[in-house]
Design a protein around this ligand. Structure first.
Ligand code: ATP
Ligand code: MG
Length: 568
């Protein structure tokens, strides 16, 4: 609504004050033409009453009135804050001196009309003040409307501003959290690369140390002093190898040998070991749901993972408690983010231990993060479990509450195949006892020499090559070779590439691939028998035996699959 069109039509109230009704009637007649509202009062008291009751624009006062005269009434009107701006016009037939007039103006009158006056004059004067009042009111209304609009606009602006600030804040927070995630991923990635690289090199060195110690132990005279020392050194090297394996697991670069297994059968298989490890104060319960599907995972690594989780639980329950291991079929929809759609076996390891606070929980899977103090924990346990789950196309999820306990979920994809009754591990394959000529290919002289020494100790004859090209040269020279054992990670030509070239010209020559870490994606698996570093002499012997046994059993050429090896 536009006040400028509305206000001018509004009538204003004009109060006429005179003790003589005849005079009031005269004013009424004169001013009636103006079309305004006329309010009459016979006395000062009545005038005050009317003033309080109506919104009066102009007061026309007769100066001479009994009781309270016009001046006194004017003084009282002016005193009231509401009437400070009401126009007062005095009318007088008696008090007409300059002094009277001066007093009138002093009391705030806007005009002083001596009687008799021309009716037009009174009308004109009253009209001016009525218009003035209306204009003032109009201005006031415009002003307040303006103020209201400014207020609304300010409020709108403030709201928009607040929303904008909120949005900026949200965006900043989102950005910060995304950046933190990227940073975390980059950190883990670099840590993985670093750890994986270091572990790979250590793995090779440990393999040399272990191989040579094993041979030394055989060749030294049976003197307890020597054997004790060598056993000590071998134990140290083996612990180093375990640590390296955990590092490789975290880096998702460990050599996995997945098999189709029944997870609860595996857990039952290590139940006794768990009981012994956790001691009598920790009560272990195993729960499995019916028709639990098989999963495809490296059983040895899964056992190690469960053991790591159980050890963490033990450390969190120094005064004893409960450890529950359960497995259930679940859909990826209910699992941790990043899982491919499908069905999984969700295995849970729950303890009633101390639990983890927020900060610990956030960093628990970080490699080398431990709260157990120097020398007590390596901080690689959960990293290993997390790495194994990820490398097996699954995931790990932790939930923990301080004082209540911790649950670790391991989600592993359901396998289409059913578990074999009793998986046969490579180590249990008996050696054939025959001697062969073996070409050992490794760019690392130390490793080549250690492998050669172990093979020679087994009675085989060894030809060594330090690269794929050298190995091909040796074969092309017509050197008689029964088997090739080649390293995978070599510069210029990898083990897989070498194997492919050998197959072109010598399709029946068996090849074994020695891999130190998972640099061979499953998709590129050439189907060759594998040896994972660091390997011991028994493993070397078992693999060779499996290769020749399988060959005799009539596998297709020299391509011997892992399954064939396991069946052997
Ligand atoms: N079940 C658990 N209850 C309470 N805290 C846990 C639990 N599991 C892990 N943690 C916390 O997470 C940290 C990291 O665990 P992780 O297994 O990676 O290393 P660690 O146990 O400290 O060392 P290591 O496994 O080499 O002995 C632990 O130090 C501990 O603070
Ligand atoms: Mg641990």
């Amino acid at each position: 609504m536009d006040p400028s069109t509305h206000v001018p039509q509004e009538k204003v109230n004009i109060l006429l004050v005179d003790d003589q009704p005849a005079k009031l009637l005269t004013y009424e007649v004169i001013l009636g033409e103006l079309g305004e509202n006329l309010v009459k009062a016979n006395s000062a008291n009545e005038a005050l009453e009317q003033l309080l009751r109506h919104e009066i624009a102009i007061v026309l006062i007769d100066v001479c009135m009994p009781d309270l005269d016009g001046f006194e009434l004017a003084a009282m009107i002016r005193e009231h804050p509401r009437f400070r701006r009401t126009a007062i016009i005095f009318v007088s037939a008696i008090l007409m001196s300059d002094l009277d007039r001066l007093r009138g103006y002093e009391l705030g009158a806007v005009d002083y009309l001596p009687v008799p006056f021309a009716p037009e004059l009174l009308r004109a004067k009253v009209r001016v003040f009525a218009d003035l009042y209306r204009k003032t009111r109009q201005l006031e209304m415009l002003n307040s409307e303006l103020e209201r609009r400014v207020e609304n606009r300010t409020a709108e602006l403030a709201q928009t501003n607040a929303e904008l600030e909120q949005r900026v804040e949200d965006r900043t927070r989102e950005r910060e959290s995304a950046l933190a995630q990227v940073h975390e991923m980059q950190k883990m990635e670099s840590l993985g690369q670093l750890t994986g690289g270091v572990a790979h090199d250590f793995n090779n060195l440990l393999m040399v140390i272990l191989g040579n110690l094993q041979l030394l132990r055989k060749r030294l005279p049976d003197e307890p002093r020597f054997t004790r020392l060598i056993d000590g050194a071998m134990q140290g090297a083996e612990r180093g190898a375990t640590l390296t394996k955990r590092m490789l697991a975290f880096a998702r670069r460990q050599e996995l040998k997945p098999e189709t297994i029944d997870v609860m059968r595996l857990v039952v298989g290590i139940e006794e070991l768990l009981r012994r490890t956790l001691g009598p104060t920790i009560q272990i319960s195993l729960d499995s749901y019916h028709d639990l599907p098989s999963i495809r995972v490296d059983p040895n690594q899964l056992e190690l993972a469960i053991l790591n989780l159980a050890l963490n639980a033990r450390d969190a329950m120094p005064l004893g408690g409960r450890l529950g291991i359960a497995a259930e079929r679940k859909s990826a929809r209910n699992g941790p983010g990043g899982l491919a759609p499908g069905d999984y076996v969700c295995m849970t390891v729950t303890d009633s231990g101390t639990g983890m606070d927020e900060a610990t929980l956030r960093r628990a899977t970080e490699p080398f993060f431990t709260t157990k103090g120097a020398g007590k924990g390596t901080g690689l346990g959960l990293s290993m479990v997390d790495g194994l789950a990820a490398q097996s196309d699954g995931a790990m999820r932790i939930s923990s509450r301080v004082g209540v306990g911790t649950t670790i979920e391991l989600w592993l994809p359901v396998s289409e195949r059913t578990a074999a009754e009793t998986p046969v591990s490579a180590a249990s394959v008996p050696g054939s006892g025959r001697c062969y000529r073996i070409l050992v290919v490794d760019d690392d002289l130390l490793i080549g020499a250690a492998t050669a020494a172990m093979l020679e100790d087994l009675g085989h004859t060894v030809v060594e090559a330090t690269s794929g090209a050298r190995a091909l040269d040796i074969l092309r020279l017509g050197t008689k070779v029964d088997l090739v054992i080649t390293d995978q990670a070599m510069p210029n030509m990898t083990g897989t590439e070498l194997a492919w070239l050998i197959r072109q010209d010598w399709p029946h020559l068996p090849i074994v691939l020695a891999t130190g870490y998972g640099d061979l994606p499953n998709s590129e698996d050439p189907g060759l028998p594998r040896l994972s570093k660091p390997y011991r002499q028994e493993e070397l012997a078992a693999t060779i035996a499996a290769v020749f046994d399988a060959n005799r059993a009539g596998s297709d050429g020299n391509v011997i699959s892992l399954e064939a090896m396991r069946r052997a």
